[in-house]
Design a protein around this ligand. Structure first.
Ligand code: GLP
Length: 221
């Protein structure tokens, strides 16, 4: 496990990702939204050719949103990154048909995920894999915990109140070649500590990363 603890991490993380893309232009990435990775994505957006051969999978999506909701995970990632860098392949997650989880799994099975970029919920969730989610789980429709529903109101400003979503499962996140977790701010201090120093347990999904051989935590001070 590597830990970067520095206020300039969005820049460093973006530089590290660009270096990986130079080495391996056809990387397959799975990317989170949420607010934490946005500064890194704005930095990456200044390199319009870096993702030309790369494939990007969206990590998760809230259910029950109007099609034009600007704070959906898809709309957010398109606005901050995809629209600027135009990867060879971009796979969003639809929430309005039952066959979507299996279709996302098929996308993942077409080649290993090289790098997963995650945020972390205050309850330790990864994507929308809430406490108790199976460590082997694959893409699924899931219910959100009350803290996650409340937390999401930062993005939706009262327009909608999603209570469920579709997320890539812990099994595929833990099987990725490399995993990054980005966390910033006071509210994440306790859960980062529990995830990195506490017991590895499905009760704290991010703690399961202790079993992964190549995890980097990007933290602010
Ligand atoms: C949300 C998302 C996660 C995100 C996390 C943290 O509910 N489902 O993918 O990483 O919570 O979000 P933020 O970075 O805004 O704190």
């Amino acid at each position: 496990m590597k830990v970067h603890r520095d206020g300039s991490w969005p820049i460093e993380a973006a530089e590290s990702l660009l270096a990986r893309l130079r080495e391996r232009p056809q990387m397959r990435l799975c990317l989170a939204t949420g607010s934490t990775p946005l500064p890194m994505y704005s930095r990456l957006a200044q390199h319009p050719d870096a993702f030309a051969a790369a494939s990007v999978l969206l990590l998760d999506e809230f259910g029950g949103l109007p099609a034009d909701e600007p704070a959906s995970c898809d709309a957010t990632l398109r606005r901050v990154l995809i629209h600027h860098v135009r990867p060879a392949d971009y796979r969003a997650i639809a929430t309005d048909h039952l066959g979507e989880p299996a279709a996302v799994d098929a996308w993942i099975d077409a080649g290993r995920l090289d790098l997963v970029v995650l945020g972390i919920g205050v309850n330790g969730h990864l994507g929308m894999n809430e406490p108790g989610a199976p460590a082997e789980g694959r893409t699924a429709r899931v219910d959100l915990e009350p803290t996650t529903i409340e937390g999401a109101q930062r993005y939706f400003e009262g327009r909608v109140r999603p209570t469920w979503g579709v997320t890539v499962g812990l099994g595929d996140l833990l099987a990725a070649g490399e995993v990054w977790v980005l966390a910033a701010g006071e509210s994440k201090v306790d859960i980062v500590r529990r995830s990195t120093e506490g017991p590895a347990t499905t009760a704290v999904p991010a703690s399961l990363l202790q079993h992964h051989p190549d995890v980097t935590w990007w933290l602010d001070r």
